[in-house]
Design a protein around this ligand. Structure first.
Ligand code: 13P
Ligand code: SF4
Length: 304
C-alpha cells in the first residue's frame, strides 16, 4: 500500500509524463514509486532507451544523472537533491587524467562510470562494475589506465592478461572501505550455509574471502537464480531492501548494517515530489563535454 506522499508522487508522475529512475541503493519508499530500479549499467541502458517521457527524475548520485543527461541532451533530467555527489567520482579530476595520458601515451583509458563528465570526455571507453572485465578485454591495447576505483582496477587485473595502471593512487569508495574480512569470517561462522556476495569496490582481502564478486544488478540476478537460502551481502545496506522484497523466502543478511552511502540517501520522497512539481534540479552538461563523453559511454554500451 502506498502512503499519501507516494500517492501524490504517482499522480504527479502521470500529469507531468515523467519517469523515475532509481539506483539499487535508494531507500524502500523511493524504490516503491520508481518506474525502474537498477545498477549503474542498467540505468545507463534505460536512460539510452528513454523516448516518451518529458521529464526524468533520477534518484541516484551525480555521475549517474549526468550520464543520463549525456545520453539524452534533449531531455529534462532532474535530480531531487543536487548535493547527491559520489565522492569517488570527484577523486579523478580531468587535469590529473590528462597528465596520466601524457605519461602513458600508448595506454587505453578505461574509466569507471563513477567519474565526472569532464573526466569521461577524456576516456576511450567507460565501464561499470558489471562489465569492466569485458570492456578491458575488448580493447586491443595491453596497457590500460584505469580509474578512479583502485579496488575495481585490482578486480579487473586478476582476470585479464594486461597491465592495469590504477589512477589516481588511492581512489576508493568510503562505503566499501568499511568492510573487513574479519567481519566476513564472523558471519560465516554464524551462518555456515550462507553464500557471501561482495561488490568489486571492496578491498582485495574482502573480495578474496567472498564466494562471488558482483555488481548490484549481478547480486539481484544471482540471488534470484540460486537454490541457496542464505546470503551475506557486502555492499551498501539498502541493497538488502530490494533483495528481501524480491526474495521473501530467502534470508538476506548485510555484511555490515553501518555501510550507508549518505550521498545516495540525500534523496527523500519530499524532494522527489518537489522535483516533479518544480522540475528541478536540472542536470546540465556542457554540450562539447557531453559530445565527447557520449562517445565513451556509447562505446561501452556496444560492448555490454
Ligand atoms: P553498481 O553499478 O554495481 O550498482 O555500483 C554503483 C556504485 O556506486 C557502487 O557503489
Ligand atoms: Fe559513490 Fe560509494 Fe556511494 Fe557508490 S556507494 S555512490 S561509489 S560513494
Amino acid at each position: 500500500m502506498f502512503n499519501q506522499l507516494q500517492k501524490e508522487i504517482i499522480k504527479l508522475k502521470k500529469e507531468k509524463n515523467a519517469i523515475i529512475l532509481a539506483h539499487n541503493y535508494q531507500t524502500a519508499d523511493i524504490q516503491e514509486i520508481a518506474d525502474f530500479i537498477g545498477d549503474s549499467l542498467e540505468l545507463c541502458v534505460k536512460a539510452a532507451e528513454i523516448k516518451e517521457s518529458d521529464l526524468v527524475v533520477f534518484c541516484g548520485v551525480d555521475f549517474m544523472a549526468e550520464t543520463a543527461a549525456i545520453l539524452n541532451p534533449d531531455k529534462k533530467i532532474v535530480i531531487p537533491d543536487r548535493e547527491a555527489e559520489c565522492p569517488m567520482a570527484h577523486m579523478l579530476p580531468a587535469e590529473y587524467l590528462k597528465q596520466a595520458k601524457e605519461k602513458y601515451p600508448q595506454a587505453a583509458v578505461v574509466l569507471y562510470v563513477n567519474t565526472l563528465a569532464e573526466a569521461k570526455a577524456e576516456a576511450d571507453i567507460l565501464c561499470t562494475s558489471s562489465n569492466a572485465v569485458a570492456v578491458v578485454k575488448s580493447l586491443k591495447e595491453n596497457l590500460i589506465l584505469f580509474g578512479p576505483d583502485m579496488n575495481l582496477a585490482w578486480y579487473v587485473s586478476q582476470q585479464v592478461d594486461k597491465e592495469i595502471i590504477p589512477i589516481p593512487e588511492g581512489g576508493h569508495c568510503y562505503v566499501h572501505k568499511m568492510f573487513h574480512e574479519g567481519d566476513l569470517y564472523i558471519l560465516r561462522e554464524k551462518y555456515p550455509d550462507a553464500e557471501v556476495l561482495v561488490h568489486p569496490e571492496c578491498d582485495p582481502e574482502v573480495q578474496k574471502a567472498a564466494d562471488q564478486v558482483l555488481s548490484t544488478g549481478g547480486m539481484i540476478r544471482y540471488v534470484a537464480n540460486s537454490p541457496r537460502e542464505t546470503f551475506i551481502i557486502g555492499t551498501e545496506v539498502d541493497m538488502t531492501t530490494r533483495l528481501r522484497r524480491e526474495n521473501p523466502d530467502k534470508n538476506i543478511i548485510p555484511l555490515l548494517s553501518e555501510a550507508i552511502c549518505e550521498n545516495m540517501k540525500l534523496h527523500t520522497l519530499e524532494k522527489v515530489k518537489n522535483s516533479l512539481i518544480n522540475e528541478e534540479f536540472v542536470v546540465k552538461v556542457d554540450a562539447e563535454i557531453a559530445r565527447r563523453a557520449r562517445k565513451a559511454v556509447e562505446k561501452m554500451l556496444e560492448v555490454s
